[in-house]
Ligand binder design. Structure first.
Ligand SMILES: [Zn+2]
Ligand SMILES: [Zn+2]
Length: 164
């Protein structure tokens, strides 16, 4: 918003029909000068500023329209991102030159490193964990969820990771 330069912010300009004299004069058929109030400005000598529409200001009154929020912006990669397990530990998978590397994070900070490979919708995580050592997990990828079975000390445990 800025002040209209045409009317100096008053929203009114000098009537162009009467030049601000507030009346018009014309010669009648009998040669007399007929003076009558200006019908354009109703005898005020001023008329609405066309440049600003009489508001005295230029620019939109409306705040900039808010762009409607589309669907959540998708991660650009099917696998890159933060994958959380139900205990809120997560793997951060990063794509680096066609290969995926991962780091595992838990309550104690980074707990694992490894790699991830994707073939079809099957994700294979090769993980070296500071506690349990090296292990491999195969998970089925479906959108922002991957699930499968993890072997912990020889026992199969279901594992579900969701990307946030
Ligand atoms: Zn104006
Ligand atoms: Zn006028």
């Amino acid at each position: 918003m800025s002040t209209c330069g045409a009317c100096s912010g008053t929203g009114k300009v000098t009537c162009s029909a009467c030049g601000g004299r507030q009346h018009t004069s014309r010669l009648t058929a009998s040669g007399e000068v007929d003076i009558s109030p200006c019908i354009v400005c109703y005898g005020t000598g001023r008329m609405r500023c066309d440049f600003c529409g009489g508001r005295g200001r230029i620019g939109s009154e409306e705040p900039a329209p808010v762009r409607p929020r589309g669907p959540r912006e998708r991660a650009t990669d099917v696998l890159a991102g933060n994958w959380y397990d139900p205990q809120n530990n997560y793997f951060l998978i990063v794509k680096q030159g066609g290969a995926y590397t991962l780091t595992g994070h838990g309550g104690l900070g980074q707990t694992a490193t490894g790699t991830a490979t994707l073939s079809g919708n099957l994700v294979r995580l090769d993980i070296t964990d500071v506690v349990v050592g090296r292990y491999t997990v195969e998970l089925r990828l479906s959108g922002d969820t991957m699930q499968g079975t993890i072997r912990v000390m020889g026992f199969p445990m279901p594992l579900v990771l969701t990307r946030h």
